[in-house]
Design a protein around this ligand. Sequence first.
Ligand SMILES: [Zn+2]
Length: 284
Amino acid sequence: MTVILSVDVEDWAQSTIDPTLPIYPRAQRSTEHLLDLVAAQRRTLTCFVLGLFAEKFPQTVRRMVREGHEVASHGYGHINVNEQSPEQFREDVRRSKGQLEDLAGAPILGYRAPCFSLGRAGDWALEVLADEGFVYDSSIFPSPTYRFGRFDWPASPVRARLASGRTLVEFPAATLRWAGRVLPVAGGGYHRLLPWSAIRWAVRRSLAANEVFTLYCHPYEFDPDEFKHLPFALPLSTRLHQGLGRAGFERKFTRLMNAFPTSTARELLQAKPWPEFVVPLRGE
Ligand SMILES: [Zn+2]
């Protein structure tokens, strides 16, 4: 049983508000801060790096590699997969993979979609990933309560067999079956707002059922002061929804990484033969 500490390395405003915004230097500072924090605990992360970030701050990606973290792809421009054509998606992931491979000097094995939006795209998206040489994906949130959640997918890692016959390992975002519901407990508001005791309970329970707990977070969640320094106005509702709980996040994340064994996704690929799952056809 192990936790994958995964980070989507991106800028808050560009990924959340408007994809045409630049990647602000604050995104790099928060990422470097997270790398310092994790180095102090001698843990390794799976970093799904956005192409736009890697382009602007290649030295931070090189640091990830140097310090033993896994570098994987978060695509290039942070456009939801279900809003891209298959051709645009292929172009986006190919560009990001090539660029990260140049920086890392090694093959990039994994992909995570912006906002886990792959769950709402057709299965062509998984075919494109296999086609482009990805070995695993971590873009499926098998919870109906998540915005782009997919309901017909197992909660633990599988070797997904696609219609073409090709396979990809899938590390789905962590969920928890509780009171007749499947809760998306992998990250986000759950980890920012719940007390540590509740998070620890959820991780233990999810691990017992699913073997692997794929956690996700973002560098900006470690930056409680970001909203005081934004270069544009932000509605109060967004400020509350996105900012609440950032202040206590770092302490809880540190406790979590010390309370559970952790692995990178890459390490788990060969850990065992993950059960095969034939992806149900959905058209599109
Ligand atoms: Zn993202």
